[in-house]
Design a protein around this ligand. Sequence first.
Ligand code: 0SG
Length: 209
Amino acid sequence: MTLLLDNQFPPIPENKEIDTKGFLESVSHLPSFFDCLGSKVFAPIKADINGNITKIKAVYDSDPVKFETLQQILLAEKSIHGSEWPKAGATLALMWLKRGLRFIQILLESLADGERDDNNPILIRINITKAYDQALKSYHGWIVQKVFKAALFAAPCRSDFLKALSKNQEVAEEDCLSKVRQFLINFTATVDAIYEMYYTMNAELDYQV
Ligand code: 0SG
């Protein structure tokens, strides 16, 4: 029923090779979620994620057989781009996209675990900040960190955020959170597998923007 659960990520296979087509289909629903958040402040984030997805899709569409899995994309681009790799092509786009996905994962986990700021229980700033600190902050210089702090003030309150997850329908909080937990199973496995792939292939970079 929820927006998220309408677009569950597929389970990953035992060898953890992620099917590119299925992955692109799943992530293609994420950008529209920002429209439910009710502020134009999130437009640059939506555009950034959209840009990553478009770039990965362009590579996949150029040869769907050759780029059947995300692993195949990284391997092929490593030989195509030479010394520029991994700061090139879909490898770079997926490197950044996975950080946004990790942010979403940690935010949802924190909400599902019931973490709250006792002084501001109706807000989700504490959950967003946790996700930001763990997934993104170390890749941002001080200017982007300031942008994050500004975006934090535009973040919806807890009930509006859960409502947005539920396609703006009134859903009991516990029903929504139990669906979030279900969504997180395949989503987290997918994000973990992508992170593992970047470390195994030595494709992770730690520069700041
Ligand atoms: C409730 C919602 C709360 C939201 C809180 C917001 C948190 C984030 C605030 C930071 C806003 C930053 C917006 C954009 C930042 C970008 O500069 C960075 C770096 O972007 C990469 O830069 C591009 O993504 C790359 O694009 S590529 O596809 O062409 O490869 C590339 O351009 C790269 C630079 O390349 S290089 O110098 O190497 O040549 N992007 C990010 O930090 C990702 C931000 C993701 C935020 C996810 C938030 C999800 C919120 C979901 C809520 C459920």
